[in-house]
Design a protein around this ligand. Structure first.
Ligand code: SF4
Length: 550
């Protein structure tokens, strides 16, 4: 069937930008507007008189601790209201409106750093950039993170934007890069640095400017979507305008299923084997590993929303007329429903769908039966796959009581939520750390699977615990391979209860918290001192920031 989205593919490996528009507008000649609040600077070249807001600087470094309201108000007044309104719609906030895990921008940064021929440039406070680059290299980025520093003068006069623009021009070498991604962190977003005015393309190198503030994007998971959505939009426009580069391995002869969501490398292979009897093939995994895969991802028949929080990305697939299927092939019932959903969406005959089911479902049932899991559990995380993991644990025999996810409720996790709710399991979207801890205390599980602070609290309470990100989401989950993969690690952890109790007994009586240790005189708690010091630190921090920037 001809694909209306991608009229033709060029076999050439060279990227074909196809009608991209070079926007040479630059924000020259910033004008000080005495009437603007807080000495705001109106940038005459910014769209609709975008305001570069100096007042936002007073919140520097506070983005993920406090001051979100100030920063949000500053950003809204500085020409970012449209993008922030879209984020508010795409990523509705939960009981807490501050990120409770790492800086959200780490999500989009990591997506960019994992793409071939892609440069990433950050614009933000030095402390934020230090943290983000440190974390990137801790996770093995082995790639340079570009940084355009600023001070109050370069920010309020519009020079920061000029510096970013200059950096982008210097970087834009088509021999090295397909794309350059520039990210505004909290302060430049709050100050209205207009990345939308960067050229759309320089020498054939695509320029993607995104705002990823902690006060507008709640989790690092959703920041991945911010970038993926922006890139898919760009790639879709390119494909609409003319031929684009073919996938590295050539275009699939079979209709493909694009897989949205990062997953263990074995999973797409396993999904491919499950799709084969239906005459379908797996397409690229989004986030993709290079630019041309974006075209192949769009050039699919069905999109599988494996991770349910890719709202902006799925909007692009929807705009391209692609059918989207929720949930994922996990466990027996999940795989059965998913194969049916994908087969139907791809207009596959029921006999072929049944053939696909008959090939894998018995193997999944056998794997689940061979590797049972027993015990009461609570589970929480911020990866977006929490509901899928819970389904697999339940089908393996676990007594799961609570599932917390930092991600929001979307239509794409609805089948999983319904399945879990039907079994009496509480699903908490946008779960706060406090809710995760309360669930652990209420249900007294044999095993708590969670984020670092949850695991820490569980161990203190002699409850065996597993870190979701490192130990659970780094395993296959789909199809027969996933069916037996969790049992080994979960059962080993469940067996640790005795060791925790022995440790607790050994250290019994040495105190905890402020009184931990062996004392001649046990210290008294003085919470008022801590509160006083905290107030002083915040004051000092604000004064230093104002001094540095002023
Ligand atoms: S950019 Fe990230 S680290 Fe910096 S203030 Fe914002 S949320 Fe915090």
């Amino acid at each position: 069937m001809p694909n209306p989205l991608v009229p033709a593919f060029t076999p050439s490996p060279a990227p074909a930008p196809g009608g991209a528009v070079i926007n040479a507008a630059a924000p020259g000649g910033a004008v000080i507007n005495a009437a603007a609040p807080g000495g705001a600077v109106i940038n005459a070249a910014a769209p609709e008189g975008a305001v570069i807001n100096a007042a936002a600087l007073q919140g520097d470094g506070l983005g993920c601790h406090s001051g979100a309201e100030q920063l949000l108000a500053a950003a809204n007044g500085a020409g970012k209201s449209e993008v922030l309104a879209r984020y508010a719609q795409d990523y509705p906030k939960g009981p807490h409106d501050q990120p409770q895990s790492m800086c959200p921008a780490f999500g989009s940064l990591r997506v960019g750093l994992r793409m071939r021929r892609t440069a990433t440039v950050l614009s933000g406070s030095a402390c934020c950039v230090y943290g983000l680059t440190f974390t990137s290299h801790f996770y093995g980025a082995r790639r340079t993170v570009g940084y355009v520093p600023f001070n109050s003068e370069t920010l309020v006069t519009g020079k920061l934007f000029e510096d970013i623009r200059e950096a982008v021009y210097k970087l834009a070498d088509p021999a090295q890069y397909d794309a350059i991604i520039v990210t505004n962190l909290c302060v430049p977003t709050a100050s209205g640095v207009p990345l939308q005015l960067l050229p759309r393309e320089i020498n054939g190198v695509r320029i993607i400017g995104i705002d990823v503030p902690g006060f507008g994007v709640p989790t690092h998971a959703e920041a991945k979507d911010v970038l993926c959505g922006a890139m898919l939009k760009y790639a879709r426009n390119e494909a609409m305008q003319g031929p684009v580069a073919a996938p590295r391995g050539g275009r699939s002869e079979k209709p493909t299923v694009t897989l949205v969501g990062e997953m263990f490398p074995v999973d797409p292979v396993g999904i491919g084997m499950m799709l084969e009897p239906m005459g379908l093939a797996p397409g690229p995994v989004v986030p993709t590993r290079e630019w041309r895969e974006l075209y192949a991802a769009l050039d699919c028949t069905v999109v599988a929303a494996i991770h349910p929080f890719y709202t902006a990305s799925l909007r692009e697939f929807d705009a391209a007329g692609r059918a989207i299927v929720a949930s994922a092939p996990v466990g027996y019932e999940g795989t059965e429903a998913w194969l049916q959903g994908v087969g139907r969406a791809a207009n596959v005959a029921q006999e072929k769908i049944d053939a696909a089911k008959n090939r894998v479902l018995p193997a999944i049932r056998a794997a689940l039966a061979a590797t049972p899991v027993r015990g009461r559990m609570t589970l929480s995380g911020y990866e977006g796959s929490e509901l899928l993991v819970a389904r697999l644990l339940v089908e393996s025999g676990a007594d799961v009581r609570y599932v917390g996810t930092a991600c929001p409720r979307t239509p794409w996790s609805e089948p999983d939520r319904e399945w879990l709710a039907a079994k009496g399991i509480h699903v908490q979207y946008r779960a706060s750390l406090e809710q995760d801890l309360a669930a652990m205390r209420e249900f007294q599980p044999d095993l708590a699977i969670g984020t670092t602070p949850v695991v820490q609290a569980a161990k203190e309470a002699t409850i065996p615990a597993l870190y979701f990100t490192n130990l659970i989401s780094a395993r296959p989950l789909m199809g027969p391979a996933g069916a037996g993969s969790l049992a080994a690690v979960v059962n080993a952890a469940l067996g640790n209860k005795g060791r925790f109790e022995a440790m607790k007994a050994f250290f019994e009586g040495v105190g905890d918290g402020y009184a931990a240790g062996i004392w001649e005189e046990v210290p008294s708690d003085r919470p008022e001192f801590r509160a006083q010091v905290k107030r002083q630190v915040i004051k000092l921090q604000k004064a230093r920031t104002a001094q540095e920037m002023g």
